[in-house]
Write a protein that binds this ligand. Structure first.
Ligand SMILES: C[S@@+](CC[C@H](N)C(=O)[O-])C[C@H]1O[C@@H](n2cnc3c(N)ncnc32)[C@H](O)[C@@H]1O
Length: 258
């Protein structure tokens, strides 16, 4: 499964996980430190109330570009899957909301991130969260078993977004839903810019046009797709040939036909 994009992405997030204090390079569209550095990326990622009680080891390793948890409207007892779970922030937030009768699975390909997430799990004494090693293009999850798939600033990093949405559709139960925060564009990067693997790994040049993004979701079978909100990111210094870059929240449903 691994290719050179996976390798570049894994190298970057492995290095971040190994740092004690997360400091994001100025031109990354993935934000850092839940509500502090994130302020440079636009509005705060999360409501302060949502983050209450989370240790700094979790909030300090927040690398998302939005808040997919709040728009997921999670209910007690639901099973949730987080694509590219990183240090686990969205998994821990979801775990509180689905309660003891619910379950949260985080999938990530980077061993050092998984180690951080598992250390955070032990520190927090959370029982209903599990982190699995795997690629989001080939999920280590059974068919039709998930109520809600979330993801925060990860699908833009994938070299095969068609495979990601097909896998998400496969693992969702009929009637299940997706709740995504991600970097999208209006227009496209040139091939030359897309070839810049370090900018790809910084959540910039792997991003695709928002219409193409929702088109891939539709092609995978999703219905009632909605771009809930879309905020232009201020952190990336746009070079010639770069489209406008946004952080968007997107939802959709797998039809309820078994
Ligand atoms: C920008 S960070 C976001 C982490 C987390 N969602 C958050 O909000 O803090 C991206 C994460 O996705 C993981 N990742 C990127 N591409 C992946 C892929 N194709 N398969 C599995 N994990 C991936 C990286 O290892 C990294 O932990």
């Amino acid at each position: 499964m691994s290719n050179k994009i996976h390798d570049a992405v894994q190298e970057r997030y492995g290095a971040i996980a190994r740092q004690l204090n997360v400091i994001q390079p100025a031109e990354s569209a993935c934000c850092g430190s839940a509500n502090e550095i994130a302020a440079d990326c636009g509005p705060k990622l999360y409501d302060d109330a949502l983050l209450e009680g989370l240790p700094v080891d979790v909030t300090g390793l927040s690398l998302g570009c939005g808040d997919p948890v709040s728009i997921a409207s999670l209910r007690e007892g639901e099973t949730v899957l987080d694509l590219g779970s990183g240090g686990g922030i969205d998994c821990f937030l979801a775990a509180k909301q689905v309660g003891e009768s619910g379950y949260v699975i985080g999938v990530d390909m980077t061993p050092d991130m998984l180690a951080k997430a598992n250390a955070n799990k032990v520190k927090m004494g959370v029982e209903n969260v599990e982190f699995r090693k795997g690629y989001i293009e080939d999920l280590p999850v059974r068919d039709n078993t998930i109520d809600v798939v979330m993801s925060n600033c990860v699908i833009n990093l994938s070299p095969d977004k068609t495979a990601v949405f097909s896998e998400v559709f496969r693992v969702l139960k009929p009637g299940g839903r997706v709740s995504i925060s991600d970097i999208v564009t209006e227009g496209n990067f040139t091939d030359a810019l897309r070839a810049d693997l370090s900018q790809w790994a910084e959540c910039v040049t792997g991003a695709i046009d928002v219409e193409a993004y929702t088109g891939l979701m539709r092609k995978a079978g999703f219905v009632t797709i909605e771009v809930v909100d879309k905020v232009e990111t201020g952190v990336v210094n746009r070079k010639p040939g770069m489209p406008r870059i946004f952080s968007a929240r997107i939802t959709g449903y797998k039809p309820n036909i078994s």
